[in-house]
Design a protein around this ligand. Structure first.
Ligand code: SF4
Ligand code: SF4
Length: 699
């Protein structure tokens, strides 16, 4: 098709989008059956018009033109009868029952279904007609799926639909709550940024990267909104969950298309997403009416949100990996052959799914995306953190994640002339095992160096050096605003509350023993394999590499999304991370220089809030008791996150570590380290009410 034709069709599509958006606005304002009937009639007229045009474009000729004209005219005439029926029925009802209240919305299910159905039919017919007019091929003889798919992913369907969504949300903006307005806007943008809409490599790249950026913004906005609002209308909760669920399928559909050229899932999700969008516009009252609903009391909803966000992220990460590498990434995913007896095929299928997930979650682009989202939530927390030392640590952990979790593992090998990562302490072995590869004799020194470095830092600064900074993953994911709001699950969840407190429960001892035994076993196996004494592989890989991927590529994320059932920072509380146990071994009740101290234990004795215990993301609920009796708290589980320090209404807690030890030992003047000393602090009146704090963190 020439440029003039394209411009004409585009103008017609824009007019169609505008008209439909106006009709949707009217439909959302309907108060009576006659008004609603008129809207449906107008939408049906548009459908009749496109049906007539379709007859012509399927077989262009003067005969088909006349046939199309008459077909449309007959349909339009037929639609007048239901309208007349609705009008006369309403006149009769008004005569019998009086005029309905002026502000009661007219929303029978049939009306909502009819409106959305007609909008969809119009879109579909228009997409089909315009595609034929533009000379695009619409296969009619290859079955229903290729036919539906080619119409739905045509630019005439997608861009017009995206325009309708954005325009109708704009027309109704005065009636839409701000949070819904933002979500609808992002939803419309994502519809427009559909990569399969145009058969052009440049468009696919723009849409994949642009769509990913919008999706990241959407996830950040949604998670931060949830973190800031303990309660919101149930309508919003349902809508948000359904939308993220659809996005999980949408990203899966896009991945299948980019990787294997398979499009039906994406096409189906486009339609469902559009239905959800217009259903929201036709029922805006559900977002403001009704009792508020507290998500913290609904672990299943919270699990659904975290789970669907995670699935969305995984497929978006895989999509980016394929797009950035031009498909080369696919060959890096370990794949066992699907041949042999059924049991072997099943086992290989399971192993392939495992390696796919572990490879995606370890890939640079997944981590970049995850880092931006979780980093944004940490940034929001930094903005409201009062203590400079805690702010600084939060900045450092973001930097550590960016460097040791994303940049170095992802891009080190692209730097010419650098030594192999596996030979470098810590950088190649950030999780102590498997992260650098198999445990060969040649890397023993690098591994030992890693453990010595981490153990030394934990001895001096406490386990926080590892679990609140160097670990990279957990500090970033568990210290943003969202997880602050989820701390209550440590006490309310069925598993989490078994692990509360600083003492080792039986459950903790069991999980810890399993974790350590697993690591020691694979270490021995890997070493024996590397020196040729034994030949052993698990799921086709070296035992340590397998365990590393299992722990930090799969189990880690499973435990993250199940926070509503197992509590936050569960790598620490459950004791399943061998790496954290290194910190635990050198920073505990007897060993190490780290502890939490209070400036005045009398303040704690008089305190009735116990905010420090409530704020702890590890669930160390017994800390106020230690503050009252000993004036300090030491625990091998304490990661020094510092939320207790922030939350204490009397500003009574401070961190004691090697810096204080040096000062006490070598008599460094207090003025050189003012922020660390409680010495000059003016304590508040012990029996006064706690000072009025600014907005609580979880609001
Ligand atoms: S326990 Fe392990 S995963 Fe959790 S923060 Fe510590 S090192 Fe990281
Ligand atoms: S909130 Fe502050 S004053 Fe109260 S027990 Fe905890 S540390 Fe002491």
């Amino acid at each position: 098709m020439d440029l003039t034709g394209t411009v004409v069709l585009s103008l017609l599509a824009a007019a169609m989008a505008y008209t439909t958006a106006v009709l949707v606005r009217w439909a959302a304002s309907a108060r009576t059956a006659s008004y609603a009937g008129a809207i449906l009639f107008l939408l049906a007229m548009m459908a009749a018009m496109f049906a007539g045009a379709l007859i012509y474009f399927l077989n262009p000729s003067s005969v088909s033109l006349a046939e199309g004209f008459w077909f449309a005219a007959i349909l339009m005439s037929a639609f007048v009868f239901p309208l007349i029926y609705v009008l006369t029925r309403e006149v009769r009802l008004r005569a019998a029952h009086g005029t309905p209240p002026p502000d009661a919305p007219f929303r029978p299910a049939g009306y909502v279904v009819g409106t959305i159905g007609l909008v969809l039919v119009n879109e579909f017919l228009m997409g089909w007609v315009f595609s034929l007019a533009a000379g695009l091929s619409i296969p009619l003889n290859q079955g229903a799926v290729p036919f539906l798919e080619s119409v739905v992913v045509s630019p005439w369907f997608i861009f017009t639909m995206g325009g309708e969504m954005l325009l109708s949300a704009h027309f109704l903006r005065a009636r839409i709550r701000p949070e819904i307005r933002i979500v609808l806007l992002l939803q419309g943008l994502l519809m427009v940024l559909s990569p399969p809409a145009l058969a052009s490599g440049a468009w696919v790249a723009v849409a994949v990267y642009g769509g990913s950026a919008v999706m990241i913004a959407f996830v950040i906005y949604l998670l931060e909104f949830v973190a800031r609002h303990e309660e919101f209308p149930r309508g919003f909760a349902t809508y948000a969950l359904l939308l993220v669920g659809l996005y999980a399928f949408m990203m899966a559909g896009l991945y299948l298309w980019v990787a294997y050229g398979w499009l039906p899932l994406f096409a189906l999700v486009l339609i469902l997403e559009m239905v959800l969008f217009f259903d929201a516009l036709l029922g805006l009252d559900r977002f403001s009416d009704g009792p508020s609903w507290a998500w913290a009391r609904s672990p299943r909803w919270t699990f659904g949100l975290l789970g669907t966000v995670f699935v969305t992220e995984v497929f978006m990460g895989a999509l980016l990996d394929v797009q950035v590498t031009g498909g080369a990434w696919l060959s890096t995913v370990p794949a066992l052959p699907l041949m042999g007896p059924p049991l072997a095929v099943g086992a290989h299928l399971f192993a392939n799914a495992f390696w796919w997930l572990a490879t995606v979650t370890a890939s640079a682009w997944f981590l970049v995306m995850m880092g931006i989202e979780m980093g944004a939530l940490v940034y929001f927390k930094i903005r409201e953190t009062r203590h400079r030392e805690l702010r600084l640590r939060l900045w450092i952990l973001v930097g550590v994640f960016a460097s040791t979790t994303v940049l170095i593992p992802g891009f080190w090998s692209t730097i010419p002339g650098v030594p192999a990562l596996a030979t470098l302490p810590f950088l190649g072995w950030t999780m102590g095992i498997g992260s650098g590869g198999a445990l060969a004799a040649s890397v023993i020194l690098a591994v030992l160096g890693t453990y010595l470095l981490v153990a030394g830092l934990c001895f001096l600064f406490g386990r926080r050096a590892l679990c609140s900074v160097l670990c990279g993953m957990a500090p970033l994911m568990y210290q943003g605003t969202l997880m602050d709001g989820m701390k209550s699950f440590n006490r309310s969840s069925p598993v989490g509350h078994k692990y509360l407190g600083s003492r080792f429960s039986a459950a903790f001892s069991i999980t810890g023993a399993v974790a350590l035994t697993a690591v020691l076993s694979v270490t021995v196996l890997s070493y024996l394999d590397s020196i040729g004494s034994l030949h052993v592989a698990i799921a086709g890989a070296d035992p340590t590499v397998f365990l590393y991927n299992l722990n930090f590529g799969v189990v880690w994320y499973l435990l993250f999304v199940t926070v509503p059932f197992v509590g936050t920072y569960n790598c620490v509380t459950l004791g399943w991370c061998h790496w954290g146990m290194v910190g635990q071994a050198v920073s505990n009740r007897r060993l190490g220089l780290f502890r939490l101290k209070v400036k005045d234990r009398e303040v704690c004795k008089a305190c009735t809030t116990l905010d420090c215990a409530r704020a702890c993301p590890i669930g160390l609920v017994d800390m106020p008791g230690y503050f009252r009796t000993q004036g300090e708290f030491r625990s091998s589980k304490c990661c020094g996150v510092g939320d207790c320090i922030e939350s204490c209404p009397y500003d009574n807690i401070y961190i004691h570590d090697v810096r204080h030890w040096i000062r006490a030992r070598f008599g460094r003047p207090a003025s050189r380290l003012p922020a660390l000393s409680p010495r000059d602090t003016q304590l508040p009146m012990v029996r006064s009410a706690p000072p009025n704090r600014s907005a609580p963190l979880a609001k």
